[in-house]
Design a protein around this ligand. Structure first.
Ligand code: DX5
Ligand code: ZN
Length: 224
């Protein structure tokens, strides 16, 4: 099953509730929330307070992608504010097993994220405890960057490993997913498609989400 996770990074924050509900009407089923601290990535976005407001504006699961240093310090606040899914970067977690368990202990789905230069192999010891793996297909920090094709083999590898080891994690992709790239990511194994620019940067988020999902679903039918 393919799911679309509209990323509010590219939404109009002054009309966030409307933008999120339009994207949901277009078929978005998970709201992707990009949290940046100006240290781990060169940009600053939002914190638990906005998650709390969003929680009141939508019933959809909130997928908080923490691009921050020392995520352990903030995981409880995001969980208490209404996050349903929380992902942390492999590159930001010296005690990754502990951090993932902290997320689970707060009753959230736990995800691990890898940057474009990080190999899938480094996740070997945590694949059995995560609920999802997020493959960055751009260097994190900004929306609307070009898709990095090297991510495709990582998606394939994660699908193979899941089958070989009989595991259940979901495979999510984030960055540069749009009409020109979505077929390739879906065919490589991505099941949760994060899209910011393609959904929110122009026109109507509802139509944009619908069109993107349609192309994604057509691509799964072509899959061998
Ligand atoms: C990038 C963020 C992404 C971003 C993707 O650091 O993690 O979630 O919103 O944006 P697009 O879809 O515009 O590449
Ligand atoms: Zn993200």
């Amino acid at each position: 099953m393919i799911e679309l996770a509209p990323s509010i990074l590219s939404a109009d924050f002054a009309h966030l509730a409307d933008q999120v509900s339009r994207a949901a009407e277009g078929g978005g089923t998970i709201i992707h929330v990009d949290v940046m601290d100006g240290h781990f990535v060169p940009n600053i976005t939002l914190g638990p307070q906005l998650v709390k407001s969003l929680r009141k504006a939508t019933k959809l699961p909130l997928d908080c992608h923490l691009m921050i240093e020392n995520p352990d310090r903030y995981i409880p606040a995001f969980a208490d504010s209404g996050a349903d899914w929380i992902s942390v970067h492999h590159e930001a977690c010296p005690h990754l097993d502990r951090t993932l368990n902290l997320i689970k202990n707060h009753d959230c789905h736990a995800g691990v994220v890898i940057n474009p230069a990080t190999p899938v192999e480094l996740l070997s010891e945590v694949l059995d405890i995560v609920d999802y793996v997020l493959v960055m297909s751009v260097n994190p920090g900004f929306g609307a960057q070009p898709f990095i094709p090297n991510s495709l083999h990582k998606l394939r590898k994660l699908r193979e490993l899941r089958e070989q080891r009989n595991l259940n994690y979901k495979i999510e992709v984030d960055g540069g997913v749009g009409l020109d790239t979505v077929a390739r990511v879906v065919q490589a194994g991505a099941e949760i498609l994060v899209a910011g620019n393609a959904v929110f940067s122009h026109g109507d988020p509802m139509t944009n989400a619908q069109t993107l999902l349609k192309v994604a679903l057509e691509a799964t039918l072509q899959k061998v």
